[in-house]
Structures are given as C-alpha cells and as structure tokens.
Design a protein around this ligand. Structure first.
Ligand code: AMP
Ligand code: GLY
Length: 427
C-alpha cells in the first residue's frame, strides 16, 4: 500500500521512516518532507502542499490513507476536505482542532468537562491585562490564544517580565493574529510530561510516555522553543498515574468531544504538569504528535504503525495493541544559529552523509531531519533550512546509555552555528 504523510519536520520523518518498515507498505510519500525523507529508501518527497492538490495526488496515486503531522493543515481543515473527497485520513477535523488552535476554546472546553487545569482569565485589552497582573502577582504565565509554533507562551517569574509579555503580544503584535487575544494563567509547579494517544473517536490507544525539553538552554533557561530534546518513557509515570491520566486527562476529552457532536479522531497530545502530590493538571492539548517526542516514541515502537493507523481510521482501535522496545529512547535537537527568533538558513551540514553510510549497520539509532534540504554544490549537499535542523535519536539500556550514544553520534555532525543543549536526560 501507499501512504501519504503531511508535513516536513522531524516528526514526519520519524512517522514516514516507521511506516516504511512495514512489509505492507510499498511507498511513503511525504509532502513536502525534507532532505532526510528524500534520502530514505522507499520514501519520496512531493512538493504539493495546497489541500486540493493533495487530494488530487492522493486520488491519482491510490493512496491507502493519509496521516497529518503538523497542526496547521489540521486547523485549515485538511481532514474535512479529504473526508468530503471520500479519502481516508487520520487526524481531527477543523472544529476539533480548536482544542489546540485556540487556547481560550481549549480552556473553556476543559472547564465544561471538569478537566483539571490552571486557573486563568482572557484579555484583549492591555489595560485590563496589566490590572489583572497587579492583582495576581508573579510568577505567572502569559499565553497567546492562537497557534504560535510552541513559542506563544511566556512563563514570567517577575511582574516586569509579565507586563512586558502582555505589551509584546497585545501592543507590539509580536505573535501577529495569534496574540490578539491572550490568556493569563496561574503558574503551576511540578514535572512536565507528554502523554500522547491515538483515538478513533471512542477507543483510545496510549502511546509510550515521554518528556521533552521546551526551553532553549541548559538548565531550562532561555526562551520556549518547539522542543530541544526528549526521551521515552517518562519515569515519573507509574502504572497508577497512567490510569489516573487516562481517567482525568484523556477519557473526558474523547467523551466530551463526542457529546458535543465533534468526535475526536487522530493523535491527541496532553501536555501535563504532575504535581509533587501526584495531582494531574493539563497545560495544553495538541491535536498531533509531539516533536521531538515522536522521534523517540517511533524508535521504541515495535508494532506495525500502518496497522495501528488503519484500525484507528476504521474505528477498531480496540482490536490492536502497541508493543514497545523496553529500552529508553532519547533524542537531542541540533538547532540552527539564531533559533528560535531568527534561524539562519543555508549552512552546509558536514559529516551527515558519511555517518549515515558508516552507521547504517548499527542498530537502534537514527538521525531524523527537520529543517534540512538538498543544496550547495550540484545540489548534492545537505543544508540547513529551518530552526530545528536534526534530531539525533538512540536507544539505550538506560537514559545514561542512550544519552551517551546520542552525544557520541552528534560529534560527527557539524554545521556553522550548530547549537544543542548538553543536558538532555541528565537530571
Ligand atoms: P503550552 O504551549 O501551553 O504547553 O506552554 C509551553 C510551556 O510553558 C509548557 O510546556 C510549560 O513548560 C510552560 N507552561 C505553560 N503553562 C504553564 C503554567 N500554567 N505553569 C507553569 N508553566 C507553564
Ligand atoms: N514538543 C512539544 C510539542 O510538540 O508541542
């Protein structure tokens, strides 16, 4: 069968790579993909990105089903359009995607369904927002309502920082339309985990747990990014806590969305804060898999992803189970100079092709590409083309061992301005 994956980041490289391992899959197309997917055997990039063109492509190529990686096409209604064209696709529809695309909608939904989350208030008027900040005090969290690629949240430890974040979003419009409305939210303490499930609208299949590192610099300093590294599983999630998360953070969404006439299908990502007392609070829902969590999760998945997704599309997710490698997977992102504010593009990546041919026989690691493309001399070199460039991912018997493998591999790869956190998996 032929499968289409929408997106061009590290998450989509990992999904396509995993799908292609199935003996049932003859070809995976990735739209638009990156240099990493371009170089994989049996995977082909296509430059088509507009939804009507993707529909034509899927029809012409007799694509068995399509998986959507990022949130933007979901928010644009790609699932609705494919379904209307009688094409099989895995993801939530446009309305259900509001759970991620509007933080205000998401918080209201959580309130309606008694899902535990931080207290908050919504503002469009900066004067009112400043008044509220003075009333509540710091630390406090300021969030842009709309989609901001993981960069729309400011955790302010002091009031001046908080006031500045409000002005930056509501007055200077640094987040564009996404920041025309903001949420000011209670600051929560605890350990953050990513809990991702697949759902067919009724049944839920939890994927392996994971944790990611959102801040740019070591010691969780610096601005929030889309994610600088991750590992799976998350040791903090005991089997008891796992059950509690399903009960409090996942089931109410599936049930609530169905009750509201918007059955939720696709990947559902709950960003959770686990308190010292074991309390579960939802920081956010995402309507997709996490990046870079996916890279670690896919490296551990032993089951055939194409079978899991087909069952999810058919509404028979209760008939399948996912099997996981019991080892730890860890991934570290190599970012471009200037990430996240103004990533520089076009730097030549050295050592990658050599490492890929040399390291091929070694089991249990993979370098997933994100912002890369073919370029340079004769179009034969790999160059940076985005903020997060690569995610070096490896399995190990322990976090320490996986971490060692990842940083050893990373030494072989170099580009001007290469930046990685050095403390992923260290705590
Ligand atoms: P979000 O996009 O809402 O997940 O926020 C991005 C990051 O900001 C989260 O991963 C947390 O690290 C942090 N964050 C968000 N909301 C809160 C909160 N209420 N309290 C503390 N940290 C938060
Ligand atoms: N790594 C966080 C996210 O994908 O939203």
């Amino acid at each position: 069968m032929k499968i289409l994956v929408i997106g061009g980041g590290g998450r989509e490289h990992a999904l396509a790579w995993k799908l292609k391992q199935s003996p049932r899959v003859s070809k995976v197309f990735v739209a638009p993909g990156n240099a990493g997917t371009d170089l994989e055997e049996g995977i082909q990039n296509i430059s088509v990105t507009a939804i009507p063109d993707l529909i034509n492509f899927a029809k012409k190529e007799l694509i068995k089903f399509t998986i959507v990686g990022p949130e933007t096409p979901l928010a644009e209604g790609i699932v609705d359009a494919f379904r209307l064209a009688k094409l099989r696709i895995f993801g939530p529809n446009q309305q259900a995607t509001q759970l991620e695309a509007s933080k205000d909608y998401s918080k209201e939904f959580m309130r309606r369904h008694s899902i535990p989350t931080a207290a908050y208030a919504t503002f469009c008027d900066p004067v009112e927002a400043h008044k509220y900040l003075e009333k509540i005090g710091a630390p406090i969290v300021i969030k842009a309502d709309g989609l901001a690629a993981g960069k729309g949240v400011q955790v302010a430890m002091t009031l001046p920082e908080a006031h500045e974040a409000v002005d930056s979003m509501l007055i200077s419009n640094t987040m564009g339309g996404a920041g025309e409305k903001i949420l000011i939210e209670e600051f929560l303490e605890g350990e953050e985990v990513s809990f991702i499930v697949m759902t067919d609208g009724h049944n839920v299949l939890p994927l392996a747990t994971s944790q990611d590192y959102k801040q740019l610099k070591d010691g969780n300093q610096g601005p929030n990014t889309g994610g600088m590294g991750a590992y799976s599983p998350a040791p903090v999630i005991t089997s008891e806590l796992h059950k509690k998360i399903i009960q409090e953070a996942i089931d109410p969404v599936i049930k609530g969305m169905a009750e509201e006439g918007q059955p939720y299908t696709g990947f559902l990502y709950a960003g959770l804060m686990i308190g010292k007392d074991g309390a579960v609070n939802i920081l956010e829902y995402n309507c997709r898999m996490g990046d870079p969590e996916t890279q670690s999760i896919m490296l551990r998945l032993k089951s055939d992803l194409s079978i899991l997704v087909e069952n999810a599309i058919n509404g028979t997710l209760n008939k399948v189970d996912a099997e996981w490698d019991c080892r730890v997977a860890l991934g570290v992102v190599m970012a471009a100079y200037g990430y996240p504010k103004m990533p520089r593009k076009g730097d030549i990546i050295h050592g990658l092709l050599e490492f890929m041919s040399k390291g091929k026989s070694e089991e249990g690691h993979h370098i997933f590409h994100a912002g890369t493309k073919m370029g340079g001399k004769d179009n034969k070199e790999i160059v940076t083309a985005g903020g997060r460039v690569l995610c070096v991912t490896a399995l190990g018997d322990s976090i320490k061992n996986a971490r060692q493998r990842v940083y050893d591999i990373s030494k072989h790869i170099y580009f001007d301005g290469k930046f990685m956190r050095s403390d992923i998996g260290l705590q």
